[in-house]
Design a binder for this molecule. Structure first.
Ligand code: NAP
Length: 442
């Protein structure tokens, strides 16, 4: 919409009745500063030429062929929303969950309201993987629920967190501290939470010679900072009180043990080695250990589900593309007029800022292609709003969202919270209908 010499009109389709995807449903409730990015999105939505079509799912209400009949260019920005699984023995046991689904649960995601954690029966949690999502779920589980009570956290999740018996979260990395996937700031943040102490043994905080040399020569400032921080934590004594966050390294899961409910994670001890390209990887040493727990969270990355008619790369759940230009299939030809951004473009890595930069790069391709006449050929008589009306789809507009937004904030205020989210699609549609009728004076 910032292009000076092109008259851009944008229709945005969202499967849920509410906008903002990751920011509403993925960013942790105690990271409200990050959520402020919606103020920018709100300005875009208010600009002339922008229309929001909420409650419209591609592949269900609308097909890719419909988009090709209505638009010059199509952008896929649906990301990756489910936890990757490991496929290990015992993964089906009660108490083994995906971290992404827990994130959705405490954020009130309609897809995750069926999750049951029974936190009153859980004292020890093992989180597999040590990225920022692992830290988010650990922090939410360990901190006092009262500190989350004034945020936009799901009311049901808050109730369950108040019943929680969790005392210890152990986060397992299959590589060492120099290769950990988390950011230094997020690691330090968990130790700053009142009554939570980060624990690491001096042995596991120590770097092997190859990692130490790599960190010195190639490690970013962030990596060096997180390793220094771990070393400082390793040198201190445990408090008698409070909940503990154990950072463990060079441990890779091989099985989940238990009868019906998980009772332990069997892990293999690993060692660092350099592969042919020089990359530092880990390999088993042959030694195993059982880490007891009542709950496991798999935080080993995300995967995206395929959407009918949209090319799909099963390796990471992205849409196959070159620099944002979508391909018919991986290694195939460019599918003219189709583009990808964000996790749909790159797979599930990178923060909101990463996506801004790479969205700009995709838009550059779109502008170039349009100037060169490489676009779709929509029919001037086809309008998507008419098409959806003919199919009986109940579309949610931005005006509907504005009213629901105000309603959720007001409901939150009554309870001393920033917002009380509606957590199911039928509830959202019911309240949107009521607010619509009230606005029309009915
Ligand atoms: P991630 O950063 O890619 O971390 C995945 C973790 O899973 C890594 O530790 C990885 O270890 C481990 N892993 C993968 N496969 C495994 C296996 N088979 N066995 C054992 N461990 C395995 O993913 P994420 O935490 O889901 O985060 C996704 C993106 O969102 C990241 O870019 C993250 O920074 C971003 N994010 C940012 C924030 C924030 O800024 N506050 C919050 C949430 C998410 P290896 O490294 O050895 O592969």
């Amino acid at each position: 919409m910032k292009q000076a010499d092109v008259d851009v009109r944008i229709d945005m389709f969202e499967r849920l009745p509410v906008p903002f995807g990751l920011v509403r449903l993925g960013v942790a409730p105690d990271h409200q500063a990050v959520k402020r990015v919606v103020n920018i999105y709100g300005k875009v939505a208010a600009a002339p030429g922008f229309r929001f079509f909420g409650n419209v799912a591609l592949g269900r209400d609308l097909q890719v062929e419909d988009l090709e009949r209505c638009y010059d260019q199509v952008i896929y920005a649906f990301g990756c929303s489910k936890s990757s699984r490991l496929g290990l023995p015992g993964e089906e046991l009660a108490g083994v969950h995906g971290a992404a689904e827990m994130v959705g649960w405490y954020n009130g995601h309609p897809d995750c309201q069926g999750e049951r954690y029974e936190l009153d029966k859980v004292e020890r949690v093992v989180v597999i993987g040590n990225g920022n999502v692992a830290l988010d779920v650990s922090r939410v589980l360990l901190q006092q629920p009262d500190r989350l009570a004034s945020t936009d956290i799901s009311a049901r999740a808050l109730d369950e967190l108040r019943q929680s018996s969790v005392q210890r979260v152990t986060m397992l990395g299959r590589r060492g501290p120099a290769q950990a996937a988390y950011s230094a700031k997020e690691l330090e943040e968990i130790d700053e939470v009142d009554e939570v102490q980060l624990m690491v043994t001096p042995e596991e905080a120590a770097l092997d010679p190859q990692s130490a040399a790599w960190l010195e020569e190639h490690g970013s400032r962030g990596k060096q900072r997180s390793v220094r921080f771990l070393h400082a934590c390793a040198d201190r004594d445990a408090d008698d009180q409070g909940r503990k966050f154990h950072c463990r390294f060079l441990l890779s899961p091989v099985a989940f043990l238990g009868e019906e409910r998980v009772e332990a994670v069997r892990v293999e001890h690993m060692e660092i080695y350099a592969d042919e390209s020089g990359a530092l990887r880990s390999r088993p040493t042959g030694k195993t250990e059982d880490v007891p727990c009542e709950m496991v969270l798999l935080s080993v990355g995300y995967r995206g589900d395929p959407i009918p008619g949209v090319p799909y790369d099963a390796r990471n759940g992205s849409v196959p593309n070159i620099d944002g230009r979508v391909l018919h299939d991986r290694g195939g030809d460019v599918r003219v007029g189709h583009y990808a951004v964000g996790w749909s473009k790159r797979g599930p890595s990178g923060i909101i800022g990463t996506n801004m930069a790479d969205s700009r790069a995709t838009v550059k391709m779109m502008v170039e292609d349009r100037a060169a006449g490489r676009s779709l050929s929509p029919s001037p008589s086809d309008d998507v709003a008419e098409l959806l009306a003919e199919r009986g789809v109940e579309v949610v507009s931005w005006a509907d969202w504005d009213r629901l937004d105000a309603w959720e904030r007001a409901e939150g205020e009554k309870r001393g919270k920033l917002r009380e989210k509606l957590e199911t699609v039928p509830e959202m549609m019911r309240v949107i209908g009521e607010l619509r009728r009230a606005a029309a004076g009915e």
